[in-house]
Design a protein around this ligand. Structure first.
Ligand SMILES: O=C[C@H](O)[C@@H](O)CC(=O)C(=O)O
Ligand SMILES: [Zn+2]
Length: 277
């Protein structure tokens, strides 16, 4: 059921060629019609992927990999809808999900199902899930509730708004932080100057990209950088030792999720551009 990824350390990863880098960190095959497609990373045991109900209703099910009775028995989940209107049924409570709507679902939630209102304009649910030690309330998050942070300048080609959906300012979670960053037209860089947060890992999901567009996702230790070529609706795992930054041939949008030791968004070390190799 899961696309399993084990953890790689920086001493090994610096020797990886393109194929191996992609095998370890790059996640594709997302958003296949009427399928749940999830990658399970052993880095902080984050699960990231897509739930794409078109003609069918899709249920969240625990595979043998989770070793529990139901998926969210010991996990929490964040969801952002990047498609048309849909519904998520959470233990009998229905949440109407418009495009850009988010939902936090706390642990001990038994039944979660996903459906689209119109198969011609289906909902596309991108999800992140992390181990959780306690139950927090389920919260629907409209983009207007997500705390916006405007960043960047025209000169640096990186004007963007970071919408923090699952964040202590918006809702409680055990460890998950999740949000969406929208670049302005003409801006192509995210997170440059880049940074590290040793205490949290991260997964990026790039979308709203034209067919022929690509993003070079930057990774690696600051003085041992590598890149992974990203197409529309692909994700990439960023271990806590790696920078994570990207530059596109055009503007794009991405969803980021972080899990780890703390929930301090600002607990990061900026790497000066002069120190990158
Ligand atoms: O630690 C923070 C995460 O990498 C992202 O939130 C960064 C981001 O969305 C951006 O700079 O545009
Ligand atoms: Zn980061």
């Amino acid at each position: 059921m899961f696309d399993i990824r084990y953890a790689s350390g920086p001493k090994d990863a610096k020797h990886y060629d393109t194929a191996r880098l992609r095998e370890e960190f790059h996640v594709d095959g997302l958003f296949r019609k009427d399928e749940v497609h999830l990658a399970y990373s052993h880095v902080d045991r984050i699960i990231a992927g897509s739930i794409f109900p078109v003609d069918k209703t899709l249920n969240l099910e625990a595979g043998k990999e989770l070793g529990v009775e139901y998926f969210l028995a010991r996990r929490e989940m964040g969801i952002i809808n990047i498609g048309g209107k849909g519904r998520i049924l959470v233990d009998g409570v229905a949440y109407e999900m418009e495009r850009q709507d988010g939902l936090y679902i706390g642990s001990e939630t038994r039944e979660v199902s996903f459906a689209s209102d119109d198969p011609a304009d289906p909902a596309k649910f991108y999800v992140n899930s992390a181990p959780a030690h306690t139950k927090h309330p389920n919260v629907k998050i409209n983009i207007k509730d997500a705390s916006p942070v405007r960043m960047g300048t025209d000169a640096e080609l990186n004007k963007r708004t970071i919408y923090q959906y699952v964040h202590p300012n918006v809702c409680k979670s055990c460890q998950l932080l999740m949000g969406m960053t929208i670049l302005e037209d003409g801006s192509v860089w995210n997170t440059m100057p880049c940074h590290l947060h040793e205490r949290r890992m991260e997964v990026y999901f790039y979308f709203n990209m034209a067919e022929d567009a690509l993003v070079f996702h930057m990774m690696g230790e600051p003085k041992e950088t590598r890149h992974i070529v990203m197409r529309n609706e692909e994700a990439v795992i960023s271990p806590s030792w790696s920078i994570h930054s990207g530059v596109g041939t055009r503007r794009y949008t991405f969803i980021w999720g972080m899990v780890g030791e703390n929930q301090e968004y600002t607990d990061l070390e900026v790497v000066a551009t002069k120190d990158v190799l």
